[in-house]
Ligand binder design. Structure first.
Ligand code: C2E
Ligand code: CA
Ligand code: CA
Length: 275
């Protein structure tokens, strides 16, 4: 039995070594990708539910990995956070999204995702200010999407940073609302401009179901607090109609457009009738 135990331990040791090696390799790849500009942004349209006008675009990070192919953020953002590489990668994404928005004057707003680790890094707010200055994007056209977990720790410093950004004219959206542990208290502690309801609620939408009750409650609460509302992951007309019926203002999802390359987005903008 003793030997068997030792064998199991050796197996775990080998497995852990293998994972550590894989992680190290991916970290080295991340550093190289940054140096060789292998990141790109895809853009997904955001529309208002009333007139279905284009109100903005969300920038979504992609990594074109030399051997694994195109990777989505879930496959590398956690490691980027652990290694601190989220700083330079996030700064690149913000600058690129701002430059692109300047080249799309008919696009009202560009939304950029900021992870909690990225926001808490020293100099984050100053970096945003510098980027706005250097790209010439009016702050009113920039929205930062922050996760609700951001407000769980370090609250004073975070609230001061968010307030500073808002005072510049940048709007702040709480991303993925409903997936974390934020409460009415969290929402009252900081005046968000917008709440983005997570797509998991939209995808389970049925007229009298539980997801519907949650969405109704969130929309009611947002209205009471004067916060604008957005729902993600809208894939069909039925979902759009239910959301509209409940007074949700803006949506995003495959029904209105998938995340696309800057080139495809430019073509789409050119094809839209003037408003
Ligand atoms: P998110 O902010 O919730 O972004 C929306 C995700 O839902 C995107 O996944 C998008 O491709 C996907 N999506 C949009 N419409 C639909 C739909 O109708 N149906 C379905 N099934 N999915 C839809 P993606 O691109 O894989 O991004 C995943 C997450 O990575 C984002 O979630 C965001 O939290 C994070 N992320 C993306 N770009 C950045 C970035 O530049 N910086 C940081 N820190 N995080 C980023
Ligand atoms: Ca987002
Ligand atoms: Ca989400």
């Amino acid at each position: 039995a003793k030997d068997a135990g030792r064998g199991t331990w050796r197996f775990f040791e080998a497995e852990m070594n293998r994972r550590l090696q894989a992680r190290k390799a991916l970290e080295a790849d991340l550093r190289r990708a940054l140096a060789e500009s292998r990141f790109t942004l895809h853009y997904q349209p955001q529309v208002d539910l009333d007139g279905r006008r284009l109100v903005g675009a969300e920038a979504l990070l992609r990594w074109d990995h030399p051997t694994h192919g195109p990777l989505r953020p879930a496959q590398f953002i956690p490691l980027a956070e652990e290694t601190g590489l989220i700083g330079p990668i996030g700064a690149w994404a913000l600058a690129e999204a701002c430059r692109q928005a300047v080249a799309w004057p008919s696009l009202p707003r560009i939304a950029v995702n900021i992870s909690a680790g990225q926001f808490r890094r020293a100099g984050f707010v100053a970096m945003v200010e510098r980027t706005l200055r250097e790209t010439g994007l009016p702050p009113q056209r920039l929205e930062l999407e922050v996760p609700e977990a951001l407000l769980l720790v370090d609250t004073e410093a975070v609230i001061a940073g968010l307030a500073r950004l808002r005072s510049l004219g940048v709007s702040i959206a709480m991303d993925d609302f409903g997936t974390g542990s934020s409460s009415l208290g969290t929402l009252r502690r900081f005046a968000f401009d917008r709440i983005k309801i997570d797509r998991s609620f939209v995808q389970g939408l049925r007229p009298e179901g539980e997801a519907m009750a949650i969405i109704r409650a969130v929309l009611g609460m947002s209205r009471a607090l004067g916060i604008r509302t957005h729902a993600g992951g809208v894939e069909d007309e039925r979902q759009a109609a239910l959301l509209k019926g409940e007074g949700c203002e803006e949506v995003q999802g495959y029904l209105f457009g998938r995340p696309m390359t800057a080139e495809a987005f430019t073509t789409m903008l050119a094809a839209r009738p003037p408003e």
